[in-house]
Design a protein around this ligand. Structure first.
Ligand code: GAR
Length: 236
């Protein structure tokens, strides 16, 4: 993915704060790509306004108008493919995707999930983490595969759970970290540093033995100096 900027299509269902973090990183020149379209299954999604402000196409494919998941996904794929995406980013997109959809975008479909995967796949992750009295919680960026929230994890951010935390308080602190790790993973993908092969994450030419962590000094260094990192070679 060198030369022309990557075309990024982002799917949202709600507020779109992760979308905003990616739009901001693109605007700062940190991502060798641009968000060409934002597509939502909900017409009221705030993410659509964010797309407008950024000059990206904002489109709605309402799931309720389709007789089956397969029909919805086919319409969604047609809307996405019109923008010839190099990367499709799920940013709070709250629909389960069909195997055909996932296969069509294999290796170029990313998701962010509000837990330290493989813990707490699915919904209500913050409440479930609190109910288990875990000491650490966080978020994960992963490639999407056929298994729900089960694709290979690229990058995670961890936060300590504090006494008296509520699901909302925990969600807010996790979201702050999401806004750091998602643009970073998108940056890596668009720079050609990240790919999926044989169900493994290949980063800078090597399979990851474990997910990268936001807390790693090398990852922190990339965050602190995004311009240098765009030209970095193998060796994180
Ligand atoms: C984020 O916390 C994201 O991790 C989560 O939805 C929120 C969307 O926030 N995604 C999922 O739960 C997917 N299973 P945003 O719309 O402000 O980016």
């Amino acid at each position: 993915m060198t030369g022309t900027p990557a075309s990024i299509v982002v799917l949202v269902s709600g507020g779109g704060s992760n979308l905003q973090a990616i739009l901001d990183a693109c605007a700062r020149g940190e991502i060798a790509g641009r968000v060409t379209a934002v597509i939502s299954n909900r017409p009221e999604a705030r993410g659509l306004e964010r797309a407008h402000r950024h000059g990206a196409a904002a489109e709605v494919v309402e799931h309720g108008r389709f007789e089956s998941r397969e029909h919805f996904d086919a319409a969604l794929m047609a809307a996405i493919d019109a923008h010839r995406p190099d990367l499709v980013v799920l940013a709070g997109f709250m629909r389960i995707l069909t195997p055909g959809f996932v296969a069509h975008y294999a290796g170029r479909l990313l998701n962010i999930h509000p837990s330290l995967l493989p813990a707490y796949r699915g919904l209500d992750t913050h409440a479930r983490a609190l109910a288990d009295a875990v000491s650490e919680h966080g978020a994960s960026v992963h490639f999407v595969t056929g298994e729900l929230d089960g694709g290979p994890v690229i990058l995670q951010a961890r936060i300590p759970v504090q006494a008296g935390d509520t699901p909302a308080a925990l969600a807010a602190r996790v979201l702050e970290k999401e806004h750091l790790i998602y643009p970073l993973a998108v940056r890596w993908f668009c720079a050609g540093r990240l790919r999926l092969a044989d169900h493994r994450v290949i980063f800078d030419g090597r399979p990851l033995a474990a997910p990268l962590r936001l807390e790693d000094p090398a990852v922190q260094a990339e965050l602190a100096d995004p311009v240098v990192s765009r030209h970095a070679g193998p060796g994180l």
